[in-house]
Design a protein around this ligand. Structure first.
Ligand code: AMP
Length: 121
């Protein structure tokens, strides 16, 4: 799947639409999800044009991958969810339920989150 530079996260990265920023480094941007599913719900996205986790892990440089995942851990600690814990979600592709075609992870926490996957789908 080719990267669509008009996706909403690409527009956030270009500053064309606003976000509620939490953290930024050379390779990643973190901001609050617009429709939170938990008391803490933050998205972390790489600054490079990667469609999904599949694309990112196949094509990003080592520096981008390190910079991105360092940011994910840093943000979780800064948000205060590292202890007692949180969930990382990377919806990937059609069956993964990915809606925005720019790689992102969800950091969700702030309450016990229950089962990993809704059996009803
Ligand atoms: P996914 O299903 O993993 O692709 O999740 C996309 C997420 O992006 C959803 O949780 C949306 O609520 C969130 N989202 C969509 N547009 C925005 C936006 N402009 N700012 C912040 N979060 C957004």
């Amino acid at each position: 799947m080719a990267y669509d530079s008009e996706n909403i996260f690409a527009k956030i990265l270009r500053g064309e639409i606003p976000c509620n920023k939490v953290y930024e480094n050379q390779h990643a941007l973190a901001f609050h999800d617009i429709n939170p599913q938990a008391p803490t719900h933050v998205l972390v996205i790489p600054k490079g044009p990667y469609v999904s986790n599949d694309d990112f892990t196949a094509s990003a440089t080592d520096a981008e991958i390190v910079g991105f995942f360092r940011a994910v851990g840093h943000v979780a600690r800064e948000l205060g969810v590292a202890d007692p814990g949180y969930r990382l979600i990377a919806n990937t592709g059609i069956e993964g339920g990915q809606e925005v075609p720019h790689f992102h992870v969800h950091i969700c926490g702030g309450r016990p989150l229950g089962r990993m996957i809704n059996p009803a789908g």
